[in-house]
Design a protein around this ligand. Sequence first.
Ligand code: GLY
Length: 578
Amino acid sequence: MRQDNLLTRCSRLALLACGALLIQAQLVLAAAIIEGERMHPVQGTRGMVVTSHFLATQSAQEVLKRGGNAIDAAVTAAFSLAVTQPRSGNIGGGGFMLISSEKKDEVVAIDYREKAPAKAYTEMFLDQDGHADNQLSRFSHQSAGVPGTVAGLALALEKYGTITLQEAMAPAIKLAEEGFIVTPRFSEGLKAKQKRLQQWDSSRKLFYKADGSFYEPGDLFVQQDLAATLKRISAQGPREFYTGRTAELLVAEMERHGGMITMEDMKNYQPAIRTPIHGSYRGYDIYSMSPPSSGGTHVVQILNILEGYPIADYGHNSARTIHLMAEAMKRAYADRSLYLGDEDFVQIPLKGLTSKAYAASLRETLNQEQATPSKTILPGTPVGYESNETTHFSITDQYGNAVSTTYTINFSYGSGIAVEGAGFLLNNEMDDFSAKPGSPNGYGLIGGKANKIEPNKRMLSSMSPTIVKDKGKNFLVTGSPGGSRIITTTLQVIMNVIDHGLNIQSAVAAPRVHHQWLPDEIRIEEGISPDTIAKLQQMGHAVQQKSSMGAIQSIMVKDGVMYGGADPRRSTGQAMGL
Ligand code: GLY
């Protein structure tokens, strides 16, 4: 027994030493990236993985090294992030995955967005006075949609992967069972959100020590309940999550606290394979996520508007460029508020919204010298209906495949409620529905009837996993977390590369701007010059500098070389080439 203790202590010390070395290696890598005249991306010729956590990057990289493809590596990364980054990596949420195969010349989208439970109804988040109750929609058991992650990842692997689910999940199970060394970011996140997480016994037990103290950098973090859940799924297959012990634990959690998800909801959940939105920008093909995300539609719509201006001549982040971007963004977000929702429930004029002709008509409403106040901008009339925390990663392989995945539990740590005995957090994605037309959600986004709550409907998203192709070849693989800012963050990396000729690391790191129609302000990150801000104000814009936006883990492929750019806005992010 004493020998066991000694061994445990020795292996803990070894792990601590490894952890310190890893953090050191991260710092050296970060220093190397910003050396020289320009930021240097990581390079590879047989594969590239870029995620927001180095342990997930390393797990996925091992899969590529053994000959696995990008889809195998993506599923491995997603399960690893569910363990190492519980603020956004998840099995209790949902997301989207874009897969591009050069050989088949096709891009497909896997939609594993959460769904409203069958008992959900339009007014469920309104109080007695008819006001939207944000506490209920964001921080209660009713905030949770039926999770889609496990089904979506399993579908991707079955249809497009080459390894078994057991192989893909093995690294995550090891990380949960044996633990990993706490990083400063991990520790800071749990400290910052202690109020939300400590309200619930199940979450307190998971994320804080038995005496209530914090996990500090260098500590070992073990998740036995999560390891047991992952082992059940790995051994029994993805249906275990939806019909087995894991589903029972989730539904029991709902029943104890007035949640709505039933065993029937879990059993009925199915992911979907969708056709991505396809547009073009200055000769490049843009593929991005279709509804129930608004992301792809509006990335393409904004690019279509901006294509009419010589943005490269106007310069990167000049007042003129930012003005045009903000004006295009406003018009797109106004349309989002009216038209976008789950296409299984509502008709969306997608062809119209993404057409070059509609973009040209919106350009005519745009004054190149002066801001148009948002209150005078209404959603447009495109022709023809035809029948804060999330995480993104990008992967390419030696076989011509590219995978762009964004998945989420909505807010950082979702609702903050963990499923007792199952070791994972519930999403609060129901807040992405429009609780009341005209009332903003957690990201200040206004929605309308198209995004009202209905049973079994998917809530509107902004997630925009995107793949840009150049003459049939994968060129850019990108996407970001950031709620309403996802669309504009993704847009800017595309523009930074295509219009401004930045390499992928510089494109990812450059300061970003954002306008979402309402509130009527350009939100900027630090790094936009004071005279640029003054010019924008003269043009009639309100400009607000706030915290950084997004974390866009991206890859660019050029002449057979894969370049990876991890976003420096995440201290744990890492790109690794093969
Ligand atoms: N929960 C954020 C989004 O899906 O857009």
